[in-house]
Design a protein around this ligand. Structure first.
Ligand code: NDP
Ligand code: 8X3
Length: 261
């Protein structure tokens, strides 16, 4: 908690799931943390802000910012518009991401390919490129990228999503190696199955199909991954938790699940 005291933490995709839980977990761990919570759905971010203020008895400072990471111009606008007292962030959590559909190659809508790449890959890269000069100027800072088991173990029906997460993994590793002569830390947290809005988005709002994904299994919660992210951020500056793979107990891999019948 001491190490995160008064730190400024930027979380992308904080309106739901893992990102929302991560913002809350930072606040629970260090009540005087300074949080920049971003996503497209601002009302959800405002509700999160109120919850954080309650949890920390008003000690945490929370800045709500609308940000669409898939839009390079919006990323530029966001960084350009950040007030000086917020710009000097300590931790960047690149969490915003999504999957669309289960279609096989040949049948995947171009729009789905583009949104997954623009969000999961280009969005994460653009956010990181903006943060790295800030971290280099200070010779400190932590970047935590949310990857996935899907980036390590591609599966049929996931060609685009899995390849975006493999890109996140490769990008993270290159960056970590580029920065070994600095105090900047670069980490990847790869979740297995987590119940969030992820599957609702995958099935384009079909809640019944999304619920079926979690039938007979006990998935992780956003909080489970949030605890790991905050742990990674809260280590001593010389400790880089480079890589983390987190499963619920029934899961052995992307396509290896034990289901109760
Ligand atoms: P949710 O759908 O619950 O949350 C996704 C978040 O990303 C939302 O806050 C959403 O906010 C945000 N987001 C989506 N598109 C954009 C965009 N263009 N700009 C800004 N924010 C955006 O899913 P999860 O919490 O599960 O997903 C978080 C991360 O975890 C993703 O990167 C996902 O790939 C990864 N992951 C998830 C797993 C799972 O099983 N759930 C497993 C492994 C990895 P808004 O719509 O308001 O913009
Ligand atoms: C989410 C996990 O296996 O559903 O990244 O793609 S999976």
């Amino acid at each position: 908690a001491q190490r995160l005291s008064r730190k400024t933490v930027l979380v992308t995709g904080a309106s739901s799931g893992i990102g929302r839980a991560t913002a809350l977990e930072f606040a629970r761990t260090a009540a005087d943390v300074r949080l920049i919570v971003t996503a497209r759905r601002v009302e959800a971010l405002e509700a999160l802000k109120a919850e954080i203020e309650e949890v920390t008895a008003g000690k945490a400072e929370v800045l709500v910012q609308r940000l669409d990471v898939s839009d390079a111009a919006d990323v530029k606008r966001f960084w350009g518009g950040l007030a000086a007292e917020w710009r000097d962030i300590d931790v960047l959590v690149n969490n915003a991401g999504l999957v669309k559909g289960f279609e096989h190659v040949g049948d995947i809508a171009e729009e789905d390919v583009n949104i997954m790449y623009a969000t999961n890959v280009a969005g994460l890269i653009n956010m990181t490129q903006a943060a790295v000069p800030i971290f280099k100027a200070r010779n400190s800072g932590t970047i935590i990228n949310v990857g996935s088991i899907a980036g390590r173990e591609p599966y049929p029906g996931g060609a685009i999503y899995c390849s975006t997460k493999a890109a996140v993994r490769a990008f993270t590793e290159s960056l970590r190696k580029e920065l070994v002569n600095t105090r900047i830390r670069v980490s990847c947290v790869d979740p297995g199955q987590v119940e969030t809005e992820f599957s609702v988005v995958r099935f384009r709002g079909d809640k019944a199909k999304a619920d079926a994904v979690y039938a007979g299994v006990e998935p992780l919660t956003g909080e489970d991954i949030a605890e790991v992210i905050v742990f990674v951020a809260g280590r001593r500056e010389n400790v880089v938790v480079a890589d983390t793979l987190v499963f619920p107990s029934h899961q052995g891999g992307a396509s290896s699940m034990h289901r109760k019948s």
